[in-house]
Design a protein. Structure first.
Length: 624
């Protein structure tokens, strides 16, 4: 089924569920007020899921935006003559977004647990501000009473949604709008890059993407969703409560998303349904008193332990198990994991043409002759250790250069400096006539300098197609673009670049396979494919043959030869026979210094190289 049709089915089923809910949920014991609260928490959770489920940023500070948006809208509606609730809600959303932007400037300087702790501190700061310095505007511990119910003013007439079910229609409409916008974001180029950041932010950056700005974007989006939900809460309750700023509000958002399932968008809604229903059930039906929090906490722990991907994840897993077996390829029809897929004879010419097109695709350079890369006096010091010392090095356009050296020679550090992953302690790097010393890795990739990694750095939770698309988007869109609502298939040239690259690395038949299901040799080819999909003018390969079987090495050397045609490459590898077969010139490093350079034959017969690799063995033989 085409992607567009699948997208419309999701929206249609969501709309149908919202229409049916008020007829079904009351039969299950849900009160109208609880149903409306579920919609509000589900709406806030959509933004949090974009932040956490899709980008991997765990924030405990959503209460700050929830309260800020709600309080600003409530202030307009209760303390001024402003009476348009929709306009007030949008104003609260914008204010929450501005606050999110400012806080993101600080919080996103750190990652992991440090980012989470900063958001906790920010939430506490906002709670203090609401209760003390700003109490004249927020009502302090009393909140802001008198918030009017939602209304719709059309100029010639107006509608007021002052009953529970009328409010449901109002809230359901905005939930539908919120989920449609979120689905558009997830299906956009930005949505794919958010998942790349979640899985492997360093690799996403090395493929030419400005990771920090994409994180900041989704942080603001999540803040706006929270602010919008906070504004609706005031209208539902008739007053804006002060506990909107409290830490337990952020905690409930996190727990509801965990129960429902992060990374599905609908998880927070399902989680809020379970959370609020159980809260009401334990308090009103079972009359547990204060004990209800303890019981609900135990239920939460059990759900998270036994449903690691939440309720939505469990439902999806059951659906996949129930699907007919014919939907998946049988073992006999799957391509061999040990050999690259080959095209049938009738398609051989087409496959060769595709591969030729992929080989020819590379970023333009200022010149086509002379050195493309020049290194002068490059050194890197880690405390008292010199990883590299005073290296002079140059590579010409169209050259295939090999770099060898014993373990600890500084090859990997040298490569990291060339691609701007590591800043040199001294020296200069000139690429295509530009001084790129100290440049960021994403900027170097945008110029056409890209590398593959010794240890696979892939996006394991995504498919082969998505992995290659992430790499190709860096070239096609630049390092940062806010095409949040643009459909991924509408990116011009994306499909052809992905398919051409897949053909070049013999993964055409595996494009829709999750990376986690690939064999090791296929993952190595994909690792090279990610670098190729950026259309590099200079490609660096860090031990492309590492960990391969003899047969895989033969196939990969043949692959590298086809890639090398018309391309400038630098290759590090310990398999000197394979390397000497591929390159035209070899540079040898020893103890962080340049030892010697020459043709493969000259290097093979060089006494200094033999001493560097074999001197210790000869010394031991003489002693014995």
């Amino acid at each position: 089924m085409p992607t567009r049709q699948r997208a419309l089915i999701v929206e249609a089923l969501t709309l149908l569920a919202l229409i049916v809910a008020p007829f079904v949920l009351p039969q299950l014991g849900f009160t109208p007020t609880t149903i409306n609260r579920i919609l509000i928490w589900g709406l806030v959770g959509i933004g949090f899921d974009l932040l956490f489920g899709f980008t991997g940023l765990l924030s405990f500070g959503q209460a700050a935006f929830f309260g800020t948006g709600g309080m600003f809208a409530a202030y307009l509606l209760t303390q001024t003559s402003f009476d348009n609730t929709i306009a007030a809600t949008l104003a609260g959303t914008i204010v929450a977004g501005v606050v999110g932007y400012l806080i993101g400037l600080l919080a996103l300087r750190r990652t992991g647990i440090y980012f989470a702790m900063i958001t906790v501190a920010i939430a506490e700061v906002f709670f203090f501000l609401e209760f003390n310095p700003l109490s004249a505007y927020t009502g302090g511990e009393n909140g802001l009473p008198g918030v009017p119910p939602p209304n719709l003013k059309l100029g010639f007439t107006s509608f007021t949604f002052d009953s529970n079910w009328a409010m449901y229609g109002f809230f359901a409409f905005w939930y539908f709008v919120g989920i449609v916008i979120a689905l558009r974001i997830v299906r956009s180029p930005v949505g794919l890059l958010l998942r790349a950041i979640r899985d492997n932010p360093l690799r996403a950056q090395a493929l030419g993407h400005d990771v920090h700005h994409y994180k900041h974007t989704v942080f603001v989006v999540a803040a706006m969703y929270a602010g919008f939900g906070g504004s609706l809460l005031g209208m539902l309750q008739g007053f804006m409560p002060p506990d909107a700023f409290m830490f337990h509000t952020s905690g409930e958002i996190v727990m509801q998303t965990a129960i429902g399932g992060a990374g599905w968008l609908f998880g927070p809604l399902l989680g809020a349904t379970v959370w609020l229903f159980l809260s009401d059930f334990f308090q009103t039906t079972l009359n547990l008193g204060a004990t209800w929090k303890l019981v609900l906490g135990i239920v939460f722990v059990l759900l998270v332990v036994f449903l690691r991907h939440g309720l939505v994840g469990a439902i999806v897993a059951l659906y996949r198990l129930a699907r007919p077996r014919s939907h998946s390829a049988s073992p006999s029809t799957r391509p061999s994991a040990d050999a690259p897929a080959t095209a049938p004879n009738g398609a051989k010419a087409e496959a060769e043409a595709t591969a030729a097109a992929a080989r020819a695709r590379r970023k333009p350079t200022r010149s086509s002759t002379g050195p493309i890369l020049q290194v002068q006096g490059l050194s890197k010091r880690y405390g008292g250790l010199m990883a590299n010392s005073d290296i002079d090095f140059s590579v010409n356009h169209g050259e295939i250069r090999g770099i060898i050296g014993p373990n600890g020679a500084g090859k990997s550090t040298f490569f990291k400096m060339l691609t701007c992953e590591v800043k040199p302690s001294s020296g200069k790097i000139i690429f295509d006539g530009r001084d790129i010393t100290g440049m960021r890795v994403a900027d170097a990739c945008q110029l056409g300098l890209t590398k593959s990694y010794q240890i696979n750095q892939l996006f394991d939770r995504l498919t082969v197609r998505q992995n290659l698309a992430i790499a190709a988007l860096g070239e096609l869109r630049g390092k940062f673009r806010l095409d949040l609502l643009k459909s991924l298939p509408k990116v011009r040239g994306l499909d052809s670049q992905v398919e051409d690259t897949a053909a070049l690395v013999h993964l055409s038949s595996r494009l829709d396979t999750p990376v986690s299901e690939l064999a090791y040799g296929e993952k190595r080819r994909l690792e090279i494919g990610l670098a190729l999909a950026t259309s590099p003018s200079l490609l660096l390969l860090d031990e492309p043959l590492a960990g391969m079987s003899p047969q895989e090495r033969v196939e990969t050397v043949a692959l590298l030869k086809s890639i090398a045609a018309g391309r400038t490459m630098i290759v590090i590898d310990h398999d000197m026979d394979a390397l000497f077969e591929l390159v035209g010139k070899v540079t040898v490093l020893q103890e962080g210094r340049l030892l010697v350079e020459g043709t493969p034959e000259e290097i093979r017969n060089n006494p200094e190289v033999q001493e560097a690799y074999l001197g210790g063995i000869h010394d031991e033989a003489e002693v014995q």
